[in-house]
Design a protein around this ligand. Structure first.
Ligand SMILES: [Zn+2]
Ligand SMILES: [Zn+2]
Length: 282
């Protein structure tokens, strides 16, 4: 069964087990984040964002395209690190020959700092993550115009008149809505400090227990819960969604560890992306 958490206005659904498979859907953003496993109900979503090409994040892409074909959907947009655009296209060309059906996608290659419009004021900005292969995180943001503080309180007719006369009364501001950072060293929080200000932050937390030290996590280019606890005061997010837990801990153990170890002020804003009982999916 899929896991689902609510983080403010955003629903995050899917499956995530570190090194096994991760695929999430945020319906309010029309986005699928990684395709480590093909999930039937994600096939209708037209934008796919690949963090990197490790199998637990990308190997379900061909199967998801197969399901899309079944339901009559055309080529999706696949946002991905620029360095993997050509090999992903080559892999899909091989699958096209193998399956004798089209595996066409519209790739959108991105580099850290690139911003791409998604319509209705929504944009995505790619940022650097720290993993041994080409990888990106994604920040979804809204660009909105806001009346400059010095004009607040001015009657609306007056604003309209001055606007028509060509006066520039507005600033464009960015609202950081939801960020996705997986398969990365905690160093991403230093190189991309705006992550602390994203309304919702989906962040990997591969290792949570004492079986693995912070050094073990860093050696594998992943994050350890202790590194988040050490920065607990800095998270200003409304919601922090933790995912990509190692299967060396069962879901209930992960839930209990986070409940007992996270400082209360942070714990109340954390959503644990793991089943509340039973075993990991599969
Ligand atoms: Zn992974
Ligand atoms: Zn990886």
């Amino acid at each position: 069964m899929l896991t689902e958490v609510q983080a403010g206005p955003y629903t995050i659904r899917g499956i995530s087990v570190g090194g096994v498979y991760t695929s999430l859907q945020v319906p309010e953003l029309g986005a699928v984040l990684d395709v480590g496993v093909p999930i039937r109900s994600f096939a209708g979503t037209d934008r796919i964002f690949l963090s990197h090409a490790h199998p637990d994040h990308a190997s379900g892409l061909g199967s998801l395209l197969g399901i899309r074909r079944l339901i009559g959907k055309g080529p999706p947009e696949v946002f991905l690190p620029a360095e993997i655009e050509a090999p992903v296209q080559e892999a899909l060309a091989v699958l096209t020959r193998l399956h004798r059906t089209s595996m066409e996608v519209k790739t959108v290659p991105l580099r850290p700092g690139d911003v791409h419009p998604l319509g209705h004021g929504l944009h995505v900005r790619a940022f650097r993550t720290h993993h041994p292969v080409p990888s990106l995180g994604y920040q979804f943001l809204r660009r909105i115009t806001k009346l400059r503080p010095e004009h607040q309180g001015t009657p609306p007719q007056e604003i309209a008149r001055r606007r028509q006369a060509g006066e520039d009364l507005f600033d464009e501001v960015e609202r950081l809505e939801l960020a996705y950072a997986t398969d990365t060293l905690s160093h991403v929080l230093e190189t991309e400090p705006s992550l602390f200000d994203s309304r919702v932050l989906i962040l990997e937390c591969t290792f949570v227990g004492s079986h693995h030290s912070v050094q073990d996590a860093q050696d594998r280019a992943h994050l350890h819960l202790d590194e988040l606890i050490a920065r607990a005061e800095r998270f200003r997010n409304e919601f922090l969604v933790l995912m990509h837990f190692s299967q060396s801990h069962g879901p209930e153990e992960v839930q209990a560890t986070l409940r007992t170890r996270l400082p209360p002020a942070l714990a109340e804003r954390v959503r644990v992306f793991a089943p509340t009982s039973g075993r990991w999916f599969g």
